[in-house]
Design a protein around this ligand. Structure first.
Ligand code: BGC
Ligand code: ZN
Length: 377
């Protein structure tokens, strides 16, 4: 079957390859699920892997099938798969696979202490831009049919859910934490989905990002009832004076210097959640005494987060359902840029790297989902 792969370590090596059809008995004890891939989303991680900044092939392979945001339909299940996953079910597979630490043993590989982690489509395991995949049911998350048009957003949703779920979890230290105002830094897919999740938790939301409004992403923040602030017009400190103090801030900008401004702007007893993977080696001068003093006298907390546990995928499903009810049509507007067919991976890369109007670029893998009809009919 067709698959989109790279030669890890070799820049710009994305190509179409051929891999064997997987079989249910690759998973022992009747826990296998065979899934037909319908859609695969792409993000900055895929771009960085194609740029050879990271990503490793599975042991014994010289290529890595690259792509970790899946959406598909179950074709067949093993004899021990829970009845919540049946042929015909729409499903999304999680990304990280078990390693060797105590956290991995209890299914929390998103907080593994291993140095090397296993992530489908990213590191040491093949990903989803292919025709079928097989996996253990513990990694397969079923979605209601009502989410079939937007289900490919579940993986990025799960990443923002983990950040917020962990933020809320650690704030139990305060016994009566009642957050009122949240801020999201960055208006990309993760930032938008974090803003949505904050609104669904009843927060006032401010989204702080570089580009000047109006454009699609700032409109989407306003449709949620949030405020959009452009960093080219106002500093984060100003935004906080106008719309804060913020009880929770989630950073999804990929621009690490902003983290230290956020640490200053964070309200008393607040939590700052860091979700940007920043591979560079940027250095900045920070207001060290001021930040430290603010954290000490304000009992503030800074928290890093990566990937997502099964529980975060499940809360993601719940939030997607709520979002469809409260902000009908909103999620679909994030799916700006479909590319039809795996063989058009070059077009996919181009959209991902050059199209600044794109929010989510994704591949329609299934041959039955044809492009919109053109011309006079
Ligand atoms: C993925 C996460 C993954 C992280 C680090 C992100 O793009 O969405 O699932 O853990 O990259 O590899
Ligand atoms: Zn990702």
């Amino acid at each position: 079957m067709k698959a989109v792969a790279v030669y890890p370590g070799k820049p710009n090596s994305m190509h179409l390859t051929d891999i064997p059809m997987p079989s249910l008995d690759e998973v022992t004890d009747g826990h296998g699920v065979l899934v037909k891939v319908l859609r695969v989303g792409v993000d900055g991680t895929d771009k960085e892997i194609n740029d050879a900044e990271y990503g490793q092939a599975p042991v014994g392979s010289d290529v890595l099938v690259v792509g970790h945001e899946s959406f598909g339909q179950v074709i067949a299940v093993g004899s021990n798969v829970p009845s919540t996953i049946r042929p015909g079910s729409y499903v999304v597979a999680s990304v990280r696979r078990r390693g060797h630490s105590a956290y991995d043993d209890i299914g929390l590989q998103d907080v593994t202490t291993d140095d090397e982690y296993y992530e489908r489509g990213i590191n040491l395991c093949h990903g989803y831009p292919t025709e079928y995949y097989v996996d253990h049911d513990r990694y397969i998350v079923p979605l209601p049919d009502s989410l079939k048009d937007v289900g490919v957003l579940l993986e990025p949703t799960s990443v923002s859910q983990k950040g917020l779920n962990q933020g809320y979890e650690v704030q139990r230290r305060l016994k009566i934490w009642e957050p009122r105002r949240g801020a999201v830094l960055g208006a990309g897919t993760i930032g938008l989905l974090a803003a949505m999740a904050m609104r669904l938790r009843g927060l006032e939301v401010t989204c702080f990002s570089r580009r000047k409004a109006p454009y699609l992403n700032s409109d989407l923040i306003e449709e949620l009832g949030g405020h959009y602030v452009s960093s080219s017009e106002r500093s984060l400190a100003d935004a906080s004076a106008a719309y804060g103090p913020f009880d929770i801030i989630l950073d999804a900008t990929g621009f690490s210097p902003l983290v230290f401004e956020a640490a200053e702007a964070l309200g008393k007893n607040g939590v700052l959640v860091l979700a940007s993977v920043t591979g560079g080696d940027r250095k900045v001068e920070v207001n060290a005494d001021k930040i430290n003093q603010g954290f000490v006298l304000g009992n503030k907390l800074m928290l890093g987060t990566v990937n997502a546990s099964r529980a975060d995928f499940l809360s993601g499903v719940t939030d997607l359902i709520k979002a469809e009810a409260l902000f009908p049509g909103w999620l679909k507007k994030l799916l700006t840029t479909p590319v039809y067919g795996l063989e058009h991976y070059e077009e996919m890369l181009r959209q991902l790297t050059e199209n600044r109007e794109a929010i989510k670029v994704y591949v329609e893998v299934d041959n039955n989902s044809l492009p919109p009809r053109r011309g006079v009919g």
